[in-house]
Design a protein around this ligand. Structure first.
Ligand SMILES: CC(C)(COP(=O)(O)OP(=O)(O)OC[C@H]1O[C@@H](n2cnc3c(N)ncnc32)[C@H](O)[C@@H]1OP(=O)(O)O)[C@@H](O)C(=O)NCCC(=O)NCCS
Length: 216
């Protein structure tokens, strides 16, 4: 994945996971980093995490995202150049058990379009619940990947930009696009200058895990 993203200005990236760790009273959270250093995070008004530099200001060259599922916590990070085309990163974990059985089936029919339902078998051949878990984690990861561009938007605009994760639709196996269902997500992507949201899938301890990156 790292080599694929290098031409777009991603110098390094990684996913780490472990025990969930809470936020301290000062609003910071420390995530162990693979290279032995630590990521110091805080979050913005919309609860989206971002990385801090040693001087306490936002490290705009480090994109981060978090997801928790029961006893498992994941963090995705990417070190990007100032002119990187990758402007946002999102990660999400989903437990396939939440997408199985009669309750899961009802939820899946309500949340996913016919086109998305048609893509599910290819997401996890022979395991429908895992396929839906991947489809759901793609929506959440895509939503989270908009957080950094949205923070930049609010630094420069007074106008509100409202969209939610139901507005993201799996366009094909690799892309999440703003859906035409209500248009709000697509309008927000256009305003934020996000041309595409691309996806990487992996299984982490039985959970579907999607990493999404937003490309300008
Ligand atoms: C953000 C959201 C996708 C999180 O998903 P979830 O399945 O509940 O939880 P996860 O464990 O996967 O992720 C939680 C982490 O997401 C991050 N997060 C929360 N809000 C976020 C946001 N707006 N953008 C990016 N990341 C966010 C946080 O780091 C959080 O972890 P923390 O509580 O330890 O800080 C979910 O809460 C949601 O859909 N919110 C809707 C908000 C919305 O529609 N707002 C519209 C305004 S534009």
């Amino acid at each position: 994945m790292a080599d694929e993203l290098r031409p777009w200005g991603v110098e390094a990236l990684g996913i780490c996971w472990g025990e969930p760790r809470g936020w301290d009273e000062g609003g910071s959270r420390i995530v162990p980093h693979e290279d032995g250093t630590r990521l110091v995070l805080t979050h913005d008004e919309r609860e989206a995490p971002y990385a801090l530099r040693p001087d306490g200001r936002e490290d705009t060259g480090l994109l981060v995202s978090l997801s928790d599922e029961d006893a498992l916590a994941t963090c995705a990070w990417a070190r990007v150049t100032p002119d990187s085309q990758v402007v946002g990163l999102g990660i999400d974990l989903a437990d396939p058990r939440d997408f199985a059985g009669a309750r899961g089936e009802r939820f899946n029919r309500l949340l996913f379009t016919q086109a998305e339902q048609g893509l599910v078998p290819a997401l996890a051949p022979g395991d429908e619940a895992l396929g839906y878990a991947y489809a759901f984690s793609a929506k959440e990861a895509a939503f989270k990947a908009c957080a950094a561009p949205l923070r930049r938007w609010y630094e420069a605009h007074d106008e509100e930009l409202v969209f939610d994760l139901r507005g993201f639709e799996l366009a094909d196996l690799r892309h999440e696009a703003g859906t035409a269902r209500d248009g709000a997500a697509q309008a927000a992507l256009d305003a934020l200058g996000i041309r595409a949201i691309e996806l990487f899938r992996t299984e982490v301890q039985g959970c579907a895990c999607t990493v999404a990156w937003a490309r300008a």
